[in-house]
Design a protein around this ligand. Structure first.
Ligand code: ZN
Length: 141
């Protein structure tokens, strides 16, 4: 089953920790062993898994802005004004992440969080989660 939840972003460039919402979907799905496929169906958002530490988030945003500045003569800006947002999404992020699930829990590392990155907000965004069961082999038990 495909679950969708909404995220209302409040800034032009924002990083939002969506880990708890995804863990809730995993619990709701009833899948105890498998994988969670998390997907954002937008061209100017992306997902990443990393530490949600304010200094680090600031560093990541600063570096993305430095490497892909706004309004640097992009062709897409002739029809829209957000080429930098699309380019940041495609170079630095993916629309999906996959996380293993065991005993109904996302198998993230201690400091890992699932982060939705808004690159052209504020907007109403969607995050889709599909939790897929996998067979358990005897040697895993
Ligand atoms: Zn555009």
């Amino acid at each position: 089953m495909l679950f969708t939840f909404k995220v209302v972003t409040g800034e032009k460039f924002q990083v939002i920790d969506v880990t708890e919402s995804i863990q809730e979907v995993v619990w709701k799905s009833g899948v105890t062993h498998g994988m969670a496929i998390v997907f954002t169906p937008h061209t100017t958002t992306g997902l990443m898994i990393n530490e949600y530490e304010p200094g680090l988030i600031e560093d990541i945003k600063t570096k993305m802005k430095e490497l892909v500045p706004e309004g640097a003569g992009y062709a897409h800006d002739r029809i829209d004004s957000n080429a930098h947002s699309h380019i940041r999404a495609s170079i630095f992020l993916n629309p999906e992440v996959i996380v293993p699930v065991d005993q109904g829990e996302l198998q993230l590392g201690t400091w890992q969080r699932i982060l939705l990155v808004e690159l052209d907000g504020p907007r109403h965004r969607r995050v889709q989660v599909m939790v897929c069961p996998c067979p358990v082999y005897p040697e895993e038990e």
